[in-house]
Design a protein around this ligand. Structure first.
Ligand SMILES: Nc1ncnc2c1ncn2[C@@H]1O[C@H](COP(=O)(O)OP(=O)(O)O)[C@@H](O)[C@H]1O
Ligand SMILES: [Mg+2]
Length: 400
Protein backbone atom coordinates (compact mmCIF):
# COMPACT_ATOMS: atom_id res chain seq x y z
CA UNK A 1 0.00 0.00 0.00
CA UNK A 2 1.37 3.41 -0.90
CA UNK A 3 0.06 6.60 0.65
CA UNK A 4 -0.55 9.26 -1.97
CA UNK A 5 -1.29 12.95 -1.64
CA UNK A 6 -2.69 14.36 -4.86
CA UNK A 7 -2.69 18.13 -5.33
CA UNK A 8 -4.64 18.80 -8.47
CA UNK A 9 -5.65 21.93 -10.42
CA UNK A 10 -9.32 21.01 -10.52
CA UNK A 11 -11.95 18.34 -9.86
CA UNK A 12 -12.03 16.98 -13.42
CA UNK A 13 -8.32 16.38 -13.45
CA UNK A 14 -8.17 14.88 -9.98
CA UNK A 15 -11.06 12.57 -10.87
CA UNK A 16 -9.19 11.44 -13.98
CA UNK A 17 -5.99 10.79 -12.02
CA UNK A 18 -7.90 8.88 -9.35
CA UNK A 19 -9.38 6.67 -12.08
CA UNK A 20 -5.91 5.99 -13.46
CA UNK A 21 -4.78 5.10 -9.96
CA UNK A 22 -7.65 2.64 -9.63
CA UNK A 23 -6.60 0.94 -12.86
CA UNK A 24 -2.86 0.77 -12.23
CA UNK A 25 -2.94 -2.32 -10.00
CA UNK A 26 -0.88 -0.85 -7.17
CA UNK A 27 -2.48 -0.91 -3.72
CA UNK A 28 -2.80 2.67 -2.59
CA UNK A 29 -4.58 5.13 -0.38
CA UNK A 30 -5.09 8.55 -1.94
CA UNK A 31 -5.93 11.89 -0.42
CA UNK A 32 -7.04 14.46 -3.00
CA UNK A 33 -6.89 18.21 -2.54
CA UNK A 34 -7.32 21.02 -5.03
CA UNK A 35 -4.69 23.69 -5.52
CA UNK A 36 -1.32 24.29 -7.08
CA UNK A 37 2.32 23.95 -6.11
CA UNK A 38 1.95 27.19 -4.16
CA UNK A 39 -0.32 25.35 -1.72
CA UNK A 40 2.31 22.81 -0.66
CA UNK A 41 2.75 24.50 2.71
CA UNK A 42 -0.88 24.03 3.60
CA UNK A 43 -0.51 20.29 3.26
CA UNK A 44 2.81 19.84 5.06
CA UNK A 45 1.29 17.47 7.63
CA UNK A 46 -0.15 15.13 4.96
CA UNK A 47 3.04 15.29 2.89
CA UNK A 48 5.04 14.11 5.89
CA UNK A 49 3.26 10.76 5.99
CA UNK A 50 2.94 10.27 2.22
CA UNK A 51 5.01 7.95 0.03
CA UNK A 52 4.05 9.78 -3.11
CA UNK A 53 3.15 13.39 -3.74
CA UNK A 54 1.49 13.99 -7.11
CA UNK A 55 1.44 17.64 -8.07
CA UNK A 56 -0.81 18.17 -11.06
CA UNK A 57 -0.33 21.83 -11.84
CA UNK A 58 -1.08 23.40 -15.22
CA UNK A 59 1.12 26.42 -14.53
CA UNK A 60 4.24 24.70 -13.19
CA UNK A 61 7.41 26.81 -13.64
CA UNK A 62 11.09 25.90 -13.06
CA UNK A 63 11.22 28.37 -10.14
CA UNK A 64 8.47 26.37 -8.34
CA UNK A 65 10.98 23.54 -7.85
CA UNK A 66 12.49 25.15 -4.74
CA UNK A 67 9.45 24.37 -2.61
CA UNK A 68 9.21 20.85 -4.06
CA UNK A 69 12.88 20.24 -3.33
CA UNK A 70 12.33 21.37 0.23
CA UNK A 71 9.50 18.84 0.68
CA UNK A 72 11.42 15.98 -0.94
CA UNK A 73 14.58 16.61 1.05
CA UNK A 74 12.78 16.85 4.40
CA UNK A 75 10.54 13.82 4.03
CA UNK A 76 12.90 10.87 3.44
CA UNK A 77 10.40 8.36 2.04
CA UNK A 78 8.66 10.86 -0.24
CA UNK A 79 8.58 10.40 -4.01
CA UNK A 80 7.27 13.23 -6.08
CA UNK A 81 5.46 13.09 -9.42
CA UNK A 82 4.80 16.25 -11.41
CA UNK A 83 2.07 16.39 -14.00
CA UNK A 84 1.94 19.37 -16.31
CA UNK A 85 1.10 20.06 -19.96
CA UNK A 86 4.19 19.80 -22.21
CA UNK A 87 6.98 20.17 -19.61
CA UNK A 88 9.82 22.30 -20.99
CA UNK A 89 13.47 21.20 -20.91
CA UNK A 90 14.12 23.93 -18.34
CA UNK A 91 11.39 22.50 -16.13
CA UNK A 92 12.68 18.94 -16.54
CA UNK A 93 16.21 20.04 -15.62
CA UNK A 94 14.98 21.96 -12.59
CA UNK A 95 12.88 18.96 -11.52
CA UNK A 96 15.88 16.61 -11.79
CA UNK A 97 17.99 18.99 -9.72
CA UNK A 98 15.22 19.10 -7.13
CA UNK A 99 15.31 15.30 -6.83
CA UNK A 100 12.08 14.70 -8.76
CA UNK A 101 12.37 11.70 -11.07
CA UNK A 102 8.78 11.46 -12.28
CA UNK A 103 7.58 14.25 -14.58
CA UNK A 104 4.67 13.32 -16.81
CA UNK A 105 2.97 15.39 -19.49
CA UNK A 106 -0.77 15.97 -19.47
CA UNK A 107 -2.86 14.23 -20.78
CA UNK A 108 -1.48 11.30 -18.89
CA UNK A 109 -0.55 8.10 -20.65
CA UNK A 110 -2.11 5.29 -18.57
CA UNK A 111 0.78 2.89 -19.14
CA UNK A 112 3.50 5.39 -18.32
CA UNK A 113 1.57 6.42 -15.22
CA UNK A 114 1.15 2.81 -14.05
CA UNK A 115 4.88 2.17 -14.63
CA UNK A 116 5.81 5.15 -12.42
CA UNK A 117 3.45 3.90 -9.72
CA UNK A 118 4.99 0.41 -9.81
CA UNK A 119 8.39 2.01 -9.46
CA UNK A 120 7.31 3.85 -6.30
CA UNK A 121 5.74 0.66 -4.94
CA UNK A 122 8.91 -1.29 -5.72
CA UNK A 123 11.01 1.26 -3.88
CA UNK A 124 8.74 1.09 -0.88
CA UNK A 125 8.80 -2.69 -0.63
CA UNK A 126 12.45 -3.22 -1.60
CA UNK A 127 14.11 -1.65 1.37
CA UNK A 128 13.00 -1.62 4.96
CA UNK A 129 12.25 2.04 4.88
CA UNK A 130 11.56 2.19 8.57
CA UNK A 131 13.25 0.53 11.48
CA UNK A 132 10.45 0.57 13.93
CA UNK A 133 10.92 0.00 17.61
CA UNK A 134 8.65 -2.39 19.47
CA UNK A 135 7.31 -1.31 22.86
CA UNK A 136 5.35 -3.92 24.82
CA UNK A 137 2.91 -2.93 27.56
CA UNK A 138 2.07 -5.56 30.10
CA UNK A 139 0.69 -5.93 33.58
CA UNK A 140 0.43 -8.52 36.29
CA UNK A 141 -3.28 -7.78 36.86
CA UNK A 142 -6.33 -7.01 34.79
CA UNK A 143 -7.91 -3.57 35.00
CA UNK A 144 -4.59 -1.75 35.37
CA UNK A 145 -5.24 0.33 32.27
CA UNK A 146 -2.80 -1.42 29.92
CA UNK A 147 -5.13 -1.20 26.92
CA UNK A 148 -6.12 2.36 27.74
CA UNK A 149 -2.51 3.55 27.98
CA UNK A 150 -1.40 1.51 24.94
CA UNK A 151 -4.14 2.99 22.80
CA UNK A 152 -3.61 6.55 23.94
CA UNK A 153 0.16 6.25 23.71
CA UNK A 154 -0.16 4.97 20.13
CA UNK A 155 -2.43 7.87 19.34
CA UNK A 156 -0.11 10.44 20.95
CA UNK A 157 2.89 9.09 19.03
CA UNK A 158 0.96 9.32 15.78
CA UNK A 159 -0.51 12.77 16.28
CA UNK A 160 1.95 14.56 18.54
CA UNK A 161 5.22 13.03 17.40
CA UNK A 162 4.23 12.44 13.76
CA UNK A 163 5.29 8.79 13.94
CA UNK A 164 3.78 6.07 11.83
CA UNK A 165 2.35 3.78 14.49
CA UNK A 166 0.92 0.28 14.67
CA UNK A 167 -0.96 -0.84 17.76
CA UNK A 168 -0.98 -4.63 18.05
CA UNK A 169 -3.54 -6.13 20.38
CA UNK A 170 -1.81 -9.28 21.57
CA UNK A 171 -4.14 -9.85 24.51
CA UNK A 172 -4.74 -13.54 24.84
CA UNK A 173 -7.85 -13.32 26.93
CA UNK A 174 -10.44 -10.99 25.49
CA UNK A 175 -8.79 -8.57 23.11
CA UNK A 176 -10.53 -5.22 23.10
CA UNK A 177 -8.06 -2.60 21.86
CA UNK A 178 -9.75 -2.32 18.47
CA UNK A 179 -13.07 -1.70 20.21
CA UNK A 180 -11.52 1.23 22.04
CA UNK A 181 -10.40 2.66 18.70
CA UNK A 182 -13.40 2.18 16.49
CA UNK A 183 -16.96 0.93 16.34
CA UNK A 184 -16.16 -0.83 13.06
CA UNK A 185 -15.61 -4.56 12.93
CA UNK A 186 -11.94 -5.07 12.04
CA UNK A 187 -11.37 -6.62 8.60
CA UNK A 188 -9.12 -9.22 10.17
CA UNK A 189 -7.49 -10.06 13.47
CA UNK A 190 -4.03 -11.09 14.54
CA UNK A 191 -5.29 -14.69 14.55
CA UNK A 192 -6.56 -14.38 10.96
CA UNK A 193 -3.24 -12.94 9.87
CA UNK A 194 -1.23 -15.64 11.63
CA UNK A 195 -3.57 -18.32 10.22
CA UNK A 196 -2.56 -17.29 6.69
CA UNK A 197 1.04 -16.47 7.46
CA UNK A 198 2.26 -17.94 4.15
CA UNK A 199 0.45 -15.13 2.35
CA UNK A 200 2.14 -12.47 4.46
CA UNK A 201 3.46 -9.56 2.46
CA UNK A 202 3.04 -5.81 2.78
CA UNK A 203 -0.19 -5.71 0.79
CA UNK A 204 -1.83 -8.55 2.74
CA UNK A 205 -0.70 -7.05 6.02
CA UNK A 206 -2.12 -3.71 5.01
CA UNK A 207 -5.48 -5.25 4.18
CA UNK A 208 -5.66 -6.79 7.66
CA UNK A 209 -5.01 -3.68 9.74
CA UNK A 210 -7.61 -1.10 10.64
CA UNK A 211 -6.67 2.41 9.50
CA UNK A 212 -7.62 4.73 12.33
CA UNK A 213 -6.01 7.85 10.91
CA UNK A 214 -3.20 8.83 8.52
CA UNK A 215 -0.49 7.65 10.88
CA UNK A 216 -2.18 5.08 13.07
CA UNK A 217 -3.14 1.49 12.25
CA UNK A 218 -4.44 -1.19 14.59
CA UNK A 219 -4.05 -4.93 14.31
CA UNK A 220 -7.03 -6.27 16.23
CA UNK A 221 -6.59 -8.99 18.79
CA UNK A 222 -7.53 -12.64 18.41
CA UNK A 223 -10.84 -11.99 20.13
CA UNK A 224 -10.96 -14.90 22.55
CA UNK A 225 -8.59 -17.28 24.36
CA UNK A 226 -9.35 -20.20 22.04
CA UNK A 227 -8.30 -18.31 18.90
CA UNK A 228 -5.39 -16.73 20.76
CA UNK A 229 -4.27 -20.25 21.66
CA UNK A 230 -3.76 -20.94 17.96
CA UNK A 231 -1.10 -18.25 17.63
CA UNK A 232 2.42 -19.58 17.17
CA UNK A 233 5.61 -17.75 18.19
CA UNK A 234 7.14 -18.04 14.70
CA UNK A 235 4.03 -16.44 13.20
CA UNK A 236 4.13 -13.55 15.64
CA UNK A 237 7.80 -13.10 14.92
CA UNK A 238 7.12 -12.70 11.20
CA UNK A 239 4.31 -10.24 11.89
CA UNK A 240 6.51 -8.12 14.16
CA UNK A 241 9.43 -8.20 11.70
CA UNK A 242 7.21 -6.92 8.94
CA UNK A 243 5.62 -4.34 11.24
CA UNK A 244 9.05 -2.99 12.18
CA UNK A 245 9.83 -2.38 8.54
CA UNK A 246 6.59 -0.50 7.93
CA UNK A 247 6.17 1.58 11.09
CA UNK A 248 8.25 3.82 13.31
CA UNK A 249 6.56 2.61 16.47
CA UNK A 250 4.94 -0.75 17.16
CA UNK A 251 3.01 -0.67 20.42
CA UNK A 252 2.00 -4.12 21.65
CA UNK A 253 -0.78 -4.42 24.19
CA UNK A 254 0.21 -7.72 25.79
CA UNK A 255 -2.44 -7.55 28.45
CA UNK A 256 -2.08 -9.71 31.47
CA UNK A 257 0.57 -12.11 32.64
CA UNK A 258 3.44 -14.09 31.19
CA UNK A 259 3.23 -17.22 29.06
CA UNK A 260 5.39 -18.68 26.26
CA UNK A 261 3.78 -16.55 23.56
CA UNK A 262 4.04 -13.37 25.61
CA UNK A 263 7.70 -14.18 26.30
CA UNK A 264 8.30 -14.40 22.60
CA UNK A 265 6.89 -10.92 22.10
CA UNK A 266 8.86 -9.61 25.08
CA UNK A 267 12.07 -11.12 23.62
CA UNK A 268 11.52 -9.17 20.45
CA UNK A 269 10.57 -5.92 22.14
CA UNK A 270 12.99 -3.05 22.48
CA UNK A 271 11.22 -1.83 25.57
CA UNK A 272 8.98 -3.55 28.12
CA UNK A 273 6.64 -1.38 30.16
CA UNK A 274 5.14 -3.03 33.20
CA UNK A 275 2.09 -1.12 34.40
CA UNK A 276 1.05 -1.16 38.03
CA UNK A 277 -1.48 0.55 40.25
CA UNK A 278 -0.99 1.79 43.78
CA UNK A 279 -2.13 -1.28 45.66
CA UNK A 280 -0.18 -3.64 47.88
CA UNK A 281 -1.20 -6.46 45.55
CA UNK A 282 0.96 -4.99 42.82
CA UNK A 283 3.96 -4.67 45.12
CA UNK A 284 4.23 -8.43 45.42
CA UNK A 285 3.09 -9.64 41.99
CA UNK A 286 4.91 -6.81 40.24
CA UNK A 287 8.09 -7.84 42.02
CA UNK A 288 7.59 -11.43 40.90
CA UNK A 289 7.07 -10.28 37.33
CA UNK A 290 10.27 -8.23 37.41
CA UNK A 291 12.14 -11.25 38.79
CA UNK A 292 10.92 -13.31 35.84
CA UNK A 293 12.09 -10.58 33.44
CA UNK A 294 15.46 -10.76 35.15
CA UNK A 295 15.54 -14.56 34.86
CA UNK A 296 14.69 -14.22 31.18
CA UNK A 297 17.85 -12.18 30.83
CA UNK A 298 16.31 -8.83 29.94
CA UNK A 299 18.68 -5.92 30.53
CA UNK A 300 17.61 -3.53 33.26
CA UNK A 301 17.36 -0.67 30.77
CA UNK A 302 14.85 -2.64 28.68
CA UNK A 303 12.28 -2.83 31.49
CA UNK A 304 10.38 0.14 32.92
CA UNK A 305 7.80 0.38 35.66
CA UNK A 306 4.89 2.72 34.97
CA UNK A 307 2.29 3.65 37.55
CA UNK A 308 -1.18 4.16 36.16
CA UNK A 309 -4.08 5.87 37.91
CA UNK A 310 -1.55 7.70 40.05
CA UNK A 311 -2.90 9.44 43.10
CA UNK A 312 -0.43 11.31 45.27
CA UNK A 313 -2.56 10.66 48.37
CA UNK A 314 -2.68 6.89 47.91
CA UNK A 315 -1.02 4.95 50.77
CA UNK A 316 1.21 3.00 48.37
CA UNK A 317 3.51 5.73 47.12
CA UNK A 318 6.34 5.78 44.59
CA UNK A 319 8.95 5.03 47.27
CA UNK A 320 7.07 1.84 48.16
CA UNK A 321 7.46 0.63 44.59
CA UNK A 322 11.09 1.60 44.52
CA UNK A 323 11.77 -0.32 47.72
CA UNK A 324 9.87 -3.39 46.61
CA UNK A 325 11.07 -3.45 42.99
CA UNK A 326 14.63 -2.25 43.49
CA UNK A 327 14.12 0.18 40.64
CA UNK A 328 12.48 3.57 40.30
CA UNK A 329 9.18 4.32 38.64
CA UNK A 330 9.95 5.58 35.12
CA UNK A 331 6.68 7.39 34.55
CA UNK A 332 3.24 7.86 36.07
CA UNK A 333 -0.17 8.57 34.60
CA UNK A 334 -2.63 10.54 36.70
CA UNK A 335 -5.86 8.98 37.85
CA UNK A 336 -8.73 10.71 36.09
CA UNK A 337 -11.93 8.67 36.29
CA UNK A 338 -14.08 11.35 34.73
CA UNK A 339 -12.10 11.90 31.53
CA UNK A 340 -10.89 8.30 31.14
CA UNK A 341 -14.52 7.18 31.42
CA UNK A 342 -15.71 9.81 28.93
CA UNK A 343 -12.96 8.85 26.46
CA UNK A 344 -13.93 5.21 26.75
CA UNK A 345 -17.65 5.88 26.32
CA UNK A 346 -17.16 8.08 23.28
CA UNK A 347 -14.43 5.98 21.65
CA UNK A 348 -12.11 8.97 21.62
CA UNK A 349 -8.49 9.46 22.63
CA UNK A 350 -8.06 11.28 25.92
CA UNK A 351 -6.42 14.11 23.95
CA UNK A 352 -9.74 14.79 22.25
CA UNK A 353 -11.77 14.62 25.42
CA UNK A 354 -9.52 16.57 27.76
CA UNK A 355 -6.39 17.82 26.06
CA UNK A 356 -5.29 19.90 29.04
CA UNK A 357 -5.90 17.20 31.66
CA UNK A 358 -3.00 15.87 33.69
CA UNK A 359 -3.66 12.38 32.29
CA UNK A 360 -3.48 13.52 28.64
CA UNK A 361 -0.32 15.49 29.39
CA UNK A 362 1.26 12.50 31.14
CA UNK A 363 0.61 10.34 28.07
CA UNK A 364 2.07 12.91 25.69
CA UNK A 365 5.10 13.34 27.96
CA UNK A 366 5.67 9.59 27.91
CA UNK A 367 5.41 9.54 24.11
CA UNK A 368 8.17 12.16 24.07
CA UNK A 369 10.27 10.11 26.47
CA UNK A 370 10.04 7.07 24.22
CA UNK A 371 10.68 9.01 21.02
CA UNK A 372 12.52 12.20 21.99
CA UNK A 373 12.21 15.08 19.55
CA UNK A 374 15.38 15.67 17.49
CA UNK A 375 17.63 18.53 18.53
CA UNK A 376 16.31 21.83 17.28
CA UNK A 377 18.16 23.29 14.31
CA UNK A 378 17.50 26.55 12.56
CA UNK A 379 15.13 25.83 9.68
CA UNK A 380 13.78 27.83 6.81
CA UNK A 381 10.05 28.55 6.47
CA UNK A 382 8.90 25.50 4.56
CA UNK A 383 11.35 23.18 6.28
CA UNK A 384 9.77 24.15 9.61
CA UNK A 385 6.40 23.04 8.30
CA UNK A 386 7.75 19.62 7.41
CA UNK A 387 9.39 19.18 10.78
CA UNK A 388 7.59 17.37 13.62
CA UNK A 389 4.77 19.38 14.97
CA UNK A 390 1.54 18.65 16.79
CA UNK A 391 -1.38 17.88 14.54
CA UNK A 392 -5.06 18.33 15.00
CA UNK A 393 -6.35 15.50 17.08
CA UNK A 394 -8.74 13.45 15.00
CA UNK A 395 -11.48 11.32 16.41
CA UNK A 396 -10.47 7.73 16.91
CA UNK A 397 -13.67 6.27 15.50
CA UNK A 398 -13.17 5.60 11.86
CA UNK A 399 -15.38 4.89 8.93
CA UNK A 400 -13.00 2.74 7.01
N1 LIG B 1 -5.36 6.85 34.39
C1 LIG B 1 -6.61 6.41 34.51
N2 LIG B 1 -7.51 7.06 35.29
C2 LIG B 1 -8.75 6.59 35.44
N3 LIG B 1 -9.22 5.48 34.84
C3 LIG B 1 -8.38 4.79 34.05
C4 LIG B 1 -7.04 5.22 33.84
N4 LIG B 1 -6.45 4.32 33.01
C5 LIG B 1 -7.37 3.40 32.70
N5 LIG B 1 -8.54 3.67 33.32
C6 LIG B 1 -9.77 2.88 33.27
O1 LIG B 1 -9.50 1.61 33.83
C7 LIG B 1 -10.32 0.60 33.23
C8 LIG B 1 -9.49 -0.58 32.81
O2 LIG B 1 -8.63 -0.18 31.76
P1 LIG B 1 -8.09 -1.21 30.68
O3 LIG B 1 -7.21 -0.46 29.81
O4 LIG B 1 -9.20 -1.98 30.07
O5 LIG B 1 -7.25 -2.17 31.62
P2 LIG B 1 -6.44 -3.49 31.24
O6 LIG B 1 -6.22 -3.49 29.77
O7 LIG B 1 -5.14 -3.38 32.02
O8 LIG B 1 -7.25 -4.64 31.73
C9 LIG B 1 -11.02 1.29 32.05
O9 LIG B 1 -12.33 1.58 32.45
C10 LIG B 1 -10.24 2.56 31.86
O10 LIG B 1 -11.02 3.60 31.35
MG1 LIG C 1 -6.80 -4.83 28.26
Amino acid sequence: MIDILLISSGPDRSHHIEQLLEGCGVAHRVRSVHGSVRHLRTHAASIKSADLLIVDDVGLEPQDMASIEEAVSHVPQLNCMLVTPAPSTALLMAAMRAGVRHVLPWPLDAQAFAAELSHVWGKKTAGARREGRVVALTSCKGGTGTSFIAMNLAHALATQRGKRVLLVDANQQFADASLLMSDQTPAATLADLCGQIDRLDNAFFDSCVMHVNDNLDVLAGAGDPIRAGELRPAQLERVLTLARSQYDAVIVDLGLGINPLAIHVLDQSDRICMLVRQSVLYLRTGRRMLDIFHELGYATGKVSVLVNQYDKHAPVNLQAFEQSFGMGVAHRFARDDKHAGAALDQGLPIMSVAKGSALAQDIVAFAHTLWPAPQKEKKSGLARLFAQKPRDVPQLKTNH
